[in-house]
Every structure is written in C-alpha cells, then in structure tokens.
Design a binder for this molecule. Structure first.
Ligand code: MD5
Ligand code: FE
Length: 202
C-alpha cells in the first residue's frame, strides 16, 4: 500500500484519515497544556508556523539554536505525554514501510495558517539517523517540496492532503524539504489551518 517515491521515502495516502477526529482531539488537549507559539530561529527571525510538542522530548528553537529538551520553555513543565492514538498510528505507518523498530519519543506539532510556509531545510538535530521520521497531515492541503541531499537539487512537488502520511528513512532521512505557503481554505475538522505532526526519535 505505501507508495515509494525515493529510495527510502514512502507516501501513505489517507493512512490516518479514519483516526483523524480522535488524533485532532488529542492534539487540542496537548496544546491546551503546552500552548502553540512561534519559535524564534537562531538568526533572530520568527517561524511562520505555530508550534508545540508532545512526548518525552520536544524540538525547540531560540537564539541559541535548535535542540530537543524535556521541558517546555514557555510553561517550564514537561511536554504533555504523547497520546497513544498518535504514537500507535506512527508506529503502524513506520512498520508498513519496513521500519519495525521505530520508537518515537518526540512529536512536533506545527499549525499552518494562511501564508505560513517552511523553507528548504534538513532534519538533522536527532542523534540516530537510522530511525525514520513519520509525518501526518490534517486539514487544508499544501504543496510539499521534496529535494535531494544537496540544497541545489530542484525539489519535486507532492500535494499533501488531510489524512496523508509520509515516512522517511535511510538515505531519504536527510533530504532537503519544505512546505509552500498555505493557501486560504476551509476544512470541516480544522477550519482554516493545516496541522502537521512530525514524529521522531530525538
Ligand atoms: C511538514 N515538517 O509537512 C513537515 C513534515 C519539520 C517539517 O519538515 O521539520 O517540521 S516532516 C517532512 C520530512 C522529514 C524528514 C525528511 C524529509 C521530510 N525529506 O527528506 O523530505 O510540516
Ligand atoms: Fe523538516
């Protein structure tokens, strides 16, 4: 069922569509405990997406750099526990793509409003690149940009829709990627936003 679109990158259209209402409810509970915020980049700019985390570790960014930490810098408390409905779906998606050992301990919650985007970057703040990354999309669709191992490779475009899942492992794990600016729209479950969950082992 997973569509392979790179040596070790997989697209699972609609994999979390059935569980979307309960996953989105679980995300709402998390962001009540650890509020959404715009992270600052080390370069002093603010990211356009609104972010939070759940799980034992959370990805954070500030003037000192990017890192994983157990305490939310806003609340100075641990991040909310990773809801089982999210963790189980991520492990199942990874398993379907051949990654049977995935143990996510960090889930980044990114909320895209109209115009929010993410420039081309690599995910390389983790310690074990043999662990895959699993990403869920909910709500409004967006154009995902999938580049190569060098920034200069012209990215392929993938339209990510509500309920779609991507799994990145092996060689694809360190590819450059980004998200085009979100277009205005409406979705029954998320109204005017796109929600992305990115599950990783820190
Ligand atoms: C998103 N978020 O759709 C994406 C999904 C982030 C981020 O990029 O860092 O928050 S994660 C997509 C991803 C992960 C690892 C490798 C690759 C893509 N890739 O090689 O293209 O908001
Ligand atoms: Fe990324």
């Amino acid at each position: 069922q997973p569509q392979q679109f790179g040596a070790t990158a997989y697209y699972l259209p609609g994999f979390v569509e059935q569980s979307a209402p309960s996953i989105i409810e679980a995300v709402r509970s998390c962001v009540r405990q650890a509020p959404l915020r715009h992270f600052s980049t080390p370069g002093g700019r603010k990211m356009s997406v609104l972010s939070s985390n759940c799980g034992e570790y959370g990805w954070v960014s500030d003037n000192k750099g990017y890192r994983y930490q157990q305490l939310d810098p806003v609340t100075e408390r641990p991040w909310p526990e990773m809801p089982q409905v999210i963790k189980k779906a991520a492990i199942a998606a990874a398993k379907d793509c051949g990654f049977s050992q995935f143990e996510p301990d960090a889930c980044l919650i990114n909320v895209y409003s109209t115009g929010a985007a993410m420039g081309l970057h690599q995910d390389k703040d983790e310690s074990d690149f043999s662990q895959p990354i699993v990403s869920f999309s909910f709500g409004l669709p967006v154009t995902f940009l999938w580049g190569g191992s060098r920034r200069t490779t012209k990215p392929a475009k993938i339209e990510l829709k509500h309920g779609d899942v991507l799994v990145w492992g092996g060689e694809s794990r360190l590819h450059f990627h980004g998200v085009k600016a979100l277009a205005e729209g409406h979705h029954t479950l998320t109204s005017n936003v796109r929600i992305n969950l990115t599950l990783r082992k820190r």
